[in-house]
Ligand binder design. Structure first.
Ligand code: ADP
Length: 153
């Protein structure tokens, strides 16, 4: 039984957010009523080829959420569950768009549960109009000079 009922419900929404899309945004807005605080955690992944430098991404996200009291922005390297522990977060917020996401997210959730049983993964399904939107797709369009304003925040 979890007897930490009075402790704040803090969730971590982790990703590269390179860039943050309307799909990520939608997950965040729908998750806000579920938690006291959500930390948007930008993972520093040295192996992943990034489009926008980390400092610019952080500045943009900080601007984006400057008026949203219950959303914080942070960057981290290392294991996401370690970041959760350091910030008192008991929930990992994730989004699922399709079957491929589902398998991937289930594997990650299983591994995270094994190494950090105190952290629960909470998954929201993408709304259909956002299910095809990914940061990768946006970066691809940008590479070819296409307009992406409708897909990003
Ligand atoms: P990264 O930027 O590291 O690739 P993701 O883009 O996968 O991270 O985003 C982090 C989380 O957001 C993941 O759980 C992912 O499934 C979810 N997500 C990404 N795009 C969408 C979308 N369009 N709708 C709902 N969830 C999404």
């Amino acid at each position: 039984m979890n007897n930490k009922i009075d402790t704040p419900r803090i969730a971590v929404f982790a990703g590269s957010f390179d860039p943050m899309t309307v799909g990520h945004w939608n997950i965040l807005q729908r998750a806000l009523p579920l938690f006291d605080k959500i930390i948007v955690a930008v993972g520093i992944n040295t192996e992943k080829h990034c489009c926008q430098p980390l400092d610019e991404r952080m500045a943009h996200l900080n601007r984006l959420f400057s008026n949203t009291e219950r959303i914080e922005v942070a960057s981290y390297s290392g294991l996401t569950v370690d970041f959760c522990h350091e910030h008192g977060a008991r929930y990992l917020l994730r989004g699922v768009r399709n079957m491929a996401d589902f398998e991937y997210e289930r594997n990650i959730a299983d591994i995270n549960r094994t190494v950090a049983p105190d952290i629960e993964t909470v998954i929201l399904f993408a709304e259909p109009q956002y299910a095809a939107i990914s940061s990768t797709m946006v970066r691809e369009l940008m590479t070819f000079g296409k307009e992406v304003q409708d897909f990003i925040v």
